[in-house]
Design a protein. Sequence first.
Length: 72
Amino acid sequence: MPAYFPISASQNLKGSSSVEDLPKPQRLTSDEIAAFDGVVVDLRQNDEFGSGHVPNSINIGLGGQFASWAEP
């Protein structure tokens, strides 16, 4: 059995929070984004991401099966 299985099985039974229950992110200025030393995860749908995004950001559309990946 994989080491992560007990945790993932428990989480699957419990379920994840709804998007409405998640805390709202803090707005950042373009200067704050440029100075940020980390990974930006863009939660918009992939067509919006494809229209323009922060360089080197990662897109995980906040919907469907990937919604729980972004849960804090």
